[in-house]
Design a protein around this ligand. Structure first.
Ligand SMILES: Nc1nc2c(c(=O)[nH]1)N[C@H]1C(S)=C(S)[C@@H](COP(=O)(O)O)O[C@H]1N2
Ligand SMILES: [Mo]
Length: 321
């Protein structure tokens, strides 16, 4: 267990140098250019991950949910990813997620809800008007981005499904298909990837059910066709490629929490004052700002979304980390 944890948990931000990033992307591009990936068929995957199935999405910018940050470059947001179903290196998702088929795609909705159903992704996308929101995303590893996501508040969906009075939590399950996801064979996590929120957190207008980014549908490596974006929590709470949404009375068991409960709590609110057992969370590196003279940014409480504080009034956030 100890060995597994230390070999497989997320890499501390201090170990991710700009050099690593640049190198992995450069290598990927060189391989593409040299045709080195062709033999294994990876070039097709890589290219489809970049372009195929991406459609323009009409979304209205929501100024109330637009961070003042400079958006991260699309090239960075789509090539430096965590999506362990496709491998553990930051460049793996961009390289290998092209094998994911995002149509047809359905989402099973069950548990403590008056209208359990299996919903088609295209119907789900039309449930509410799409908005564009620039959100900061802070990974527990110590890096961050600012991404123009497209979607609508998760609360819109919840309202239409009519949870029962017993629904206290909402659980999100990602696809785990070894035929389409080469990383699912590994034992890094107990698949499928599961995340969950308390129902009031899920109903906070900031919680975004996300179907696109940068004006188009999501790239596979970013969690197509449907993911969560909960900007005041560490990135791992924002499950990708969701196939099931379940309403529960009791707090669900979540994937990272099961793997290393003392490192990844259920709440996982961004909190500069609560260190990860193996590294500080006080600062972060904004992807794209990694210049020689660039300083790290100070991490903000709730990732700079103080409006969520009332969800946790009276709670000891060091205990419920
Ligand atoms: N299914 C699934 N969802 C996931 C992950 C994953 O490995 N599998 N990684 C998480 C982590 S650790 C982060 S930081 C964000 C990264 O999202 P991005 O690659 O779109 O920036 O996705 C989260 N969602
Ligand atoms: Mo992360």
């Amino acid at each position: 267990m100890l060995i597994k944890r230390h070999r497989y948990t997320e890499i501390p931000g201090s170990e991710i140098t700009p050099r690593h990033m640049v190198e992995s992307r450069r290598l990927f591009m060189q391989q593409l250019a040299a045709g080195a990936l062709t033999a294994s068929g990876l070039v097709n995957n890589a290219l489809s991950a970049e372009s195929a199935a991406r459609a323009r999405l009409n979304a209205t910018a929501n100024p109330a949910f637009t961070a003042k940050d400079t958006p991260t470059k699309f090239e960075d947001a789509s090539s430096y990813n965590n999506f362990y179903e496709f491998g553990m290196d930051k460049s793996d998702p961009a390289m290998y997620a092209g094998t994911l088929k995002t149509r047809p795609w359905t989402v099973k909705i069950d548990g403590e809800v008056k209208k359990p159903q299996t919903m088609d992704i295209d119907a789900l996308m039309k449930l509410a008007p799409l908005e564009e929101r620039l959100y900061r995303l802070r990974c527990v590893e110590g890096w961050s981005m600012a991404i123009p996501w497209i979607g609508y508040s998760l609360s819109e969906l919840i309202r239409k499904l009519e949870p029962t009075g017993n629904a206290k939590f909402i659980e999100f399950t990602s696809l785990a298909d070894p035929a389409q996801m080469r990383g699912v064979g590994s034992r890094v996590l107990d698949w499928p990837y599961v995340e969950a929120l308390r129902i009031d957190e899920a109903n906070h207008p900031l919680s975004l059910l996300c179907v696109g980014m940068y004006g188009q549908t999501l790239l596979n490596q970013n969690g197509a066709p449907l993911r969560l974006v909960v900007p005041w929590k560490y990135g791992f709470k924002s499950a990708k490629s969701i196939v099931r949404i379940r309403f529960t009375e009791h707090q669900p068991k979540t994937a990272w929490n099961k793997t290393a409960p003392e490192e990844y709590g259920f709440y996982s609110n961004v909190n500069p004052e609560v260190a990860h057992p193996r590294w500080s969370q006080a600062t972060e590196r904004r992807i794209g700002e990694d210049g020689l003279f660039n300083r790290k940014r100070k991490t903000l409480m709730f990732n700079g979304y103080p409006e969520v504080a009332s969800l946790y009034s009276g709670m000891d956030l060091k205990k419920f980390f």
